[in-house]
Design a protein around this ligand. Structure first.
Ligand code: ZN
Length: 133
């Protein structure tokens, strides 16, 4: 079963904690035991499991990625679309995570949550949560 939700991002680059939205879907539709795949359906955004208790971690990840893939770098893709650095950052993090479902709930560590990373906003981002037994 696959459910979807949308996130309105508010900046060119942003980290957004989507853990509660995913948990709500899993609680409603997931089997007792299985897996949930959380995937953003765009090529300039990413989904990552990491600590969300401190929002600065998301900001630090953005900062690290910016050092690695700066906005201006004579990117080839900028010749046709001015967002190559966004694609590079999204590629480094990846579009999805798979999280086990145990006793009908996401199995996450104490400090773990689910980040949605925006690299080419602001936009409306669609996220799929695919649960299977
Ligand atoms: Zn592009």
């Amino acid at each position: 079963m696959t459910e979807y939700f949308e996130v309105e991002t508010e900046a060119a680059e942003q980290s957004i904690d989507i853990t509660e939205r995913v948990k709500e879907i899993v609680k409603r539709v997931a089997p007792e035991t299985g897996t949930a795949q959380i995937m953003v359906l765009h090529s300039t955004a990413a989904v990552v499991v990491n600590e969300t208790a401190d929002p600065n971690i998301g900001k630090d990840v953005l900062r690290a990625l910016d050092a690695f893939a700066p906005r201006r770098n004579d990117w080839l893709h900028d010749r046709i679309d001015d967002n190559a650095h966004s694609h590079v950052k999204a590629s480094l993090l990846g579009p999805s995570e798979v999280v086990p479902v145990v006793s009908g709930e996401l199995l996450l560590g104490t400090w773990q949550g689910i980040w949605l990373f925006e690299f080419d906003g602001p936009r409306t981002r669609r996220v799929a949560v695919h649960v299977s037994a």
